[in-house]
Ligand binder design. Structure first.
Ligand code: SIN
Ligand code: FE2
Length: 212
């Protein structure tokens, strides 16, 4: 695909581009952030947060759940998209205010299939990885940060590529598309107490994905 036709590129100018990823710093104002958090309470009530383990049996420090046709899970059987929560219930629908962000920044023609909800307590982190369980990498992954600041690291397609770090703050939206779609990325740490958005502190990250 040519650069100009890249899905999610161009509709709204990013505030910065980091290793090919488009950062929309401060994209969501405080009322919009609060609306998202309220809509997620409903998701978490219907599909409770769980603590995944890696395929190697190591507990992950984030807790997660999902909304949409698919949820992303990890357990001894591997990383994958699953049509149901590990406890057996359907994933709830992706909340309208979440879809609205995707439609404004990526596409109004195709909604995402999965909204992965990652919840970081003060000590949680996420190791460097690629998002590569999706069928079509021409669709970007859109990430929304809510709550405490996170030190996000992004590199390239190869694990050995140079990385850059950026603080993601509440209301920031980051789009991993185009050359950055398969970039390695992770969260090194959370700066506790930097946001008052979430009761009890911590951070919620939403990633929206087209799965199949
Ligand atoms: C992820 O890669 O799934 C999460 C990224 C983030 O928490 O910012
Ligand atoms: Fe990821």
């Amino acid at each position: 695909m040519t650069k100009g036709a890249e899905k999610g590129a161009g509709a709204v100018a990013p505030t910065a581009v980091i290793r090919g990823a488009a950062l929309h710093a401060g994209f969501l104002a405080a009322p919009a952030q609060a609306e998202l958090v309220a809509s997620l309470a409903e998701v978490m009530a219907r599909a409770p947060l769980f603590s995944p383990v890696t395929p190697w049996g190591k507990p992950m420090s984030v807790r997660m759940t999902s909304a949409g046709r698919y949820g992303w899970i990890s357990d001894r059987k591997g990383y994958r998209y699953a049509p149901r929560h590990p406890a057996g219930m359907d994933w709830p629908p992706i909340p309208a205010p979440v879809l609205a962000v995707w439609r404004r920044l990526v596409s109004a023609a195709r909604d995402p299939d999965c909204c992965l909800v990652n919840v970081y307590a003060a000590g949680a982190r996420m190791g460097l990885h690629q998002d590569r369980d999706e069928a079509d990498f021409s669709w970007p992954v859109l990430s929304i940060s809510l709550g405490d600041d996170a030190l996000f690291r992004i590199g390239g397609k190869s694990r050995r590529d140079r990385t850059e770090s950026v603080w993601l703050r509440s209301g920031d939206v980051l789009i991993l598309g185009g050359e950055a779609r398969l970039a390695h990325h992770g969260v090194d740490r959370i700066a506790a107490g930097t946001s008052g958005l979430l009761e009890g502190g911590g951070r919620i990250n939403l990633t929206l994905r087209v799965v199949d």
